[in-house]
Design a protein around this ligand. Sequence first.
Ligand SMILES: C[S@@+](CC[C@H](N)C(=O)[O-])C[C@H]1O[C@@H](n2cnc3c(N)ncnc32)[C@H](O)[C@@H]1O
Length: 499
Amino acid sequence: MTIAINTETNVRDIPIADVQIRFRLRTPKEEKVRELAESIKTLGLLNPITIDNQNFLVCGYHRLSAYKLLGYETIPAITKDYSLVYSELGEIDENLKVSSLSKIEIAEHIVRREELYSELGMRLERGISSKEGFISTDQLASESGISNRAYRLKRQPARIVEDVRDQLRDTKFAEVLMDMVKLSQQTPEIQRSICKLLISGKRTTFKKALVDAQILDYRKNKDYKFDFNLKERWGRIPNSIMRFSKANSKIQKLCDVIHHDEDIQWLKREGINFGGSKIPVYQMAAEHAEFLITYYTPENGIVLDSFMGRATIGTAALVHGRKFVGFDITKKFVDKTRNVFDTEFNKDDFQLINNDSILLEEFKDYKDHFDAVCFDPPYVKAERYSDNEKDLSNMTSEEYMLKMREHFKQLYRLIKKSDYKQKKFFPVICKVGTVRDASKGIFDMDSEFQSAAKEAGFVLWDKVFNELYNIWGGVGYERNYENKYVQKSHETNLVFCKF
Ligand SMILES: C[S@@+](CC[C@H](N)C(=O)[O-])C[C@H]1O[C@@H](n2cnc3c(N)ncnc32)[C@H](O)[C@@H]1O
């Protein structure tokens, strides 16, 4: 659809009576015509008028009128051949009536039509709302039977960069006007990125491609960048509901070595459903510990787990280049962990302490010492790790929370200060759940721990739920229904910071 306008010009005197006026030309201002006539009388005509090859006036209406006023019979005129422009305009108008044009093509036609009117000197300049005889956007819109706003929207896709228009014009994406308008409002780089996602089939809807292209661009342009892909590292983009499995990772294998001991595999659980039977000792999924360590804690930092059990968190910390301090009141867990750690890790990188951790007495002279704390405390009355009266799992919920409140005070002293502006975070992470206590209802560790941590001065910085694969779910569902509560299939990971 390219046109060649004959720009060859020649000035010749033509009879004024032969000059034709097209319908849209403006009415000359009398005063201006008189002034011009005076000047022409003394200085002559400085600029010839322009006519097309059918003698229609293109520009110089005031000059022509002044000549008429002076009673001259001829006027110097430049003739330009606009026949091709008119035929193209006709072609465009025909095309626009055809409904098979995509939104991109409609926009291109509209813009081209405006360009042609400008060539003819008939298009109202931008910024001027109306001028008699000139074609305004309002007029173009009403000619098409639509509002000014709808006309502008239809014209907007022409602002999409040419190569993107070329690639998308014949696709289904070019059928949706508002998508193409949105596309035109993006930077050329984002437009190309959206186009690539759509053409390659990597994204099937415009909306998804737009969001992804914007995210890609945001990542590229922000001043701090990762040298890794979050999704690849954690198997998904971390979000508030995570699912961790006991995947066959190096860490899981190490944890299984610690765990693989008849003596520490089982514990007693008392209650209506389990009687005095033995149940397997709960062990956190290695993948879960790995996520908490690698996502939240600083590299090379010292991580404390004050309720380490068989040290799933400790194993993840050491494998991922952190140092580790672990406490547990149950000797056999500490001993077994030590056996494995001594052969697997550098002895300077970990410290295992078999003691009650509530007061963290071994660190009583320290302050702002740990880079992170990550712990998975016992659930009240749900488990029994030892007969030790200081074992939290032997306490009532009230006693338990008194201890925890004290513990959070110690943690507040020992954790380093975070700095939000400098993006330095030293988290205290705890994984908690709910315990049901007959007519007392739910003991919700989430809210209890939040209250204890806040009382100690912490800020709740993040909260993630992890989905549980509950082996008892299939057993208890009828009882759950009878009692009007549902199976608890999640735990909560609370992340606190000291600012
Ligand atoms: C839920 S388990 C930790 C499990 C651990 N995350 C793992 O994957 O093996 C809680 C641990 O807290 C320990 N514990 C209970 N009361 C304690 C206390 N007062 N001081 C230190 N450890 C305690 C128990 O012996 C138990 O090993």
